[in-house]
Design a protein around this ligand. Sequence first.
Ligand SMILES: Nc1nc2c(ncn2[C@@H]2O[C@H](COP(=O)(O)OP(=O)(O)OP(=O)(O)O)[C@@H](O)[C@H]2O)c(=O)[nH]1
Ligand SMILES: [Mg+2]
Ligand SMILES: [Zn+2]
Length: 291
Amino acid sequence: MQGRIIKGIAGFYYVHVPDQGILECKAKGILRKNKLKPLVGDFVELTALEEAGKGNILQVLERRNELIRPAVANIDQALVIFSVTKPEPNFNLLDRFLIMMEQKGLECILVFNKCDIADGDLLKKIERIYAPCGYEVIFVSAISGMGISSLEERLQGKVSAVSGPSGVGKSSIINRLQNKVSMETGEISEKIQRGKHTTRHSELILINEESFILDTPGFSSLSVFDCEKEELEYYYPEFALYREQCKFSPCSHTHEPECGIKTALQEGKISEVRYQNYLQIYQEMKDKRKY
Ligand SMILES: Nc1nc2c(ncn2[C@@H]2O[C@H](COP(=O)(O)OP(=O)(O)OP(=O)(O)O)[C@@H](O)[C@H]2O)c(=O)[nH]1
Ligand SMILES: [Mg+2]
Ligand SMILES: [Zn+2]
């Protein structure tokens, strides 16, 4: 039979088999044969052992993709979660999260939480900044339940990695998606409902039989970019439409005349917020090089 590894701890792999539950497996044989170390997210061929709830992994099936930090396989998309207030979104940090996910080749969905206590003007501003970039923007509230069903639709049949700064409500959203009857938040929910493992191990959390959320420490904290400044512009999807109009090639879009990006900016087709963040991050990458 086949299943999907949702967690790996100390040589044990926990494999979700649709409609059968989770089996605790070892993978001794395959490690010796082809040196392929199973990853969270892997689809595997396995057999059940006589002992109930135990199994043995025979083979890792072909991976669609593989991330190194964190080490996971077959991720379909990334949810970049911020809150509209408490804390208010730091757009510079948000763009860095998006860049990190773009760099990993993941499609991003932007989720803004705490809309129950939001200021309507800010929601409009957020739309104006991010809709032209091609990102889907979903406004939700883990407390009131607003937007949760449209978010759930976007998760259907996929593995979605969760990322975002502390306190924006990531755990609250995950709890809500899991249809917990009584929703607990903050640190309490982390400890009671998901155990301490989540801070150290990547783990797929079941939303339903076909949908998973990847909760991993590696995505919540922002690693330093491993990126050349010349690459940066390619992680801004909205630049693609205007890059060809740049007179110079390459063009850094910072000081060059007749720059397609700057023209689009003046025409309001590219957001000022996004462009300023680009300039700042570009400059940081440039400065880093000098050392
Ligand atoms: N008003 C309101 N508060 C919320 C909402 N979602 C979460 N909160 C509150 O925000 C705080 C942080 O929520 P968490 O779910 O723990 O946030 P987190 O992103 O998991 O934080 P870390 O685990 O530190 O990364 C808690 O006090 C929640 O009650 C929401 O939709 N509306
Ligand atoms: Mg949390
Ligand atoms: Zn340019």
